[in-house]
Design a protein around this ligand. Structure first.
Ligand code: PMP
Length: 377
């Protein structure tokens, strides 16, 4: 008898499973709108020019491959914090942000979950949005956090909410901040799309910066997967604001103790790329314009899709395609409709009707709109 004979087969990942089905489809018209990865106008993965230049200068410098410290590349984490909190942020200026590099956004959330699971002094419970990114529930379940009573932790998507593409307005964020204060809830921001929502990294950081300026202590997960296109490099950061450098030092020491048994220390290459971009004024400017370019292309696809659906007299309201922001659109397509689109039109999306807008381009958008129109008629 095998040692593993009692291991039950698990279900496929609801998002990555879509890509597997797409890969198996041999039809030339096939479209993958499942995974949230940017594609260029030709449907190809996109390596930013700022990233290529940063890599060239790194190659020329021939850096070694030594281990990073447990909390990662110090220049990178300082720059990541500056990008999120803003250069004038009080805790940043006062050196009271405890920050560590992470294995992209997922790793940041998982470190945050583990740290809060160990040290959060109130109920070890977290509220997640409904709906939310599919991996949030397993991440925090595996961190030992539970369903939530008062004084709980609240997970907030900082911008470009996944899967809905619907963000609070600035006015609504102010209200949310007041309510969290009143109820003594603890905000844990997941910022996986800074720059992707509006095309501006500072505008997309509004919620995070507003909460900090209002005196909230926050936890923050950052990912450089989308905004720098560094998906497989796994570049991210996790941070906590503390009251002063002495408290920060205590928190830092415990972050190391949380991380060391998980993976010892993070990968070096992607953090060097991000740090090169964030610390060079020239590359930074180029990067910001490339982020805006990606955001703008997605926005233009929203307009085109809306116009085409309406032009085809597709039943229903489609205004949300244009008003939603970020990588995704929550189309409102039902599960049978998404299944029909996969079976009959070779178009793949998650079962909840979420589409990655970045998978659309001028060569496939009409076929997509026509197929949707047929599916709902
Ligand atoms: N949070 C949200 C809301 C996301 O959409 C994603 C990416 N799909 C992540 C976190 C983390 O992704 P990664 O680990 O690739 O940075």
């Amino acid at each position: 008898l095998s040692t593993w004979s009692a291991v039950p087969a698990g279900p496929p990942d609801p998002i990555l499973g879509v890509t597997e089905a797409f890969k198996a489809d041999k039809d030339s018209r096939k479209i993958n709108l499942g995974v949230g990865a940017y594609r260029d106008e030709h449907g190809k993965p996109y390596v930013l020019s700022s990233v290529k230049k940063a890599e060239e200068s790194l190659t020329a410098a021939q850096p070694d491959k030594e281990y990073l410290p447990i909390t990662g590349l110090p220049g990178f984490t300082q720059n990541a914090a500056k990008l999120a909190y803003g250069a004038e942020s009080k805790p940043l200026v006062e050196n009271s942000i405890a920050v560590t590099q992470s294995i992209s956004g997922t790793g940041a959330l998982r470190i945050g979950g583990a740290f809060l699971g160990r040290f959060y002094p109130h109920a070890k419970a977290i509220y997640l949005p409904v709906p939310s990114w599919g991996n949030h529930t397993p991440i925090f379940r595996d961190s030992g956090l539970e369903n939530a009573p008062e004084k709980s932790i609240v997970l907030l998507h900082a911008c470009a909410h996944n899967p809905t593409g619907v963000d609070p307005t600035q006015e609504q964020w102010r209200e949310i901040s007041d309510i969290l204060k009143e109820k003594k809830l603890f905000p844990f921001f997941d910022m996986a799309y800074q720059g992707f929502a509006s095309g501006s990294t500072s505008r997309d950081a509004f919620a995070v910066r507003h909460f900090v300026s209002e005196g909230h202590q926050i936890a923050l997960s950052q990912s450089f997967a989308k905004n720098m296109g560094l998906y497989g490099e796994r570049v991210g950061a996790f941070s906590l604001t503390t009251v002063d450098p002495e408290e920060k030092a205590r928190v830092d020491s415990q972050l190391k103790i949380v991380i060391r048994p998980m993976y010892s220390n993070p990968p070096v290459h992607g953090a060097r790329i991000a740090n090169t971009i964030l610390s060079s004024p020239e590359l930074y400017a180029q990067w910001e314009s490339e982020v805006k370019g990606m955001a703008d292309r997605i926005i233009s696809m929203r307009e085109k899709l809306y116009d085409t659906l309406v032009g085809l007299q597709t039943p229903g309201q489609w205004g949300h395609i244009k008003s939603q922001i970020g990588m995704f659109s929550f189309t409102g397509l039902t599960q049978p409709q998404t299944k029909a689109l996969a079976d009959k039109a070779h178009i793949y999306m998650t079962a909840d009707g979420r589409i990655s807008m970045a998978g659309l381009n001028s060569s496939n958008i009409e076929y997509f709109a026509e197929s949707v129109s047929k599916a709902v008629k």
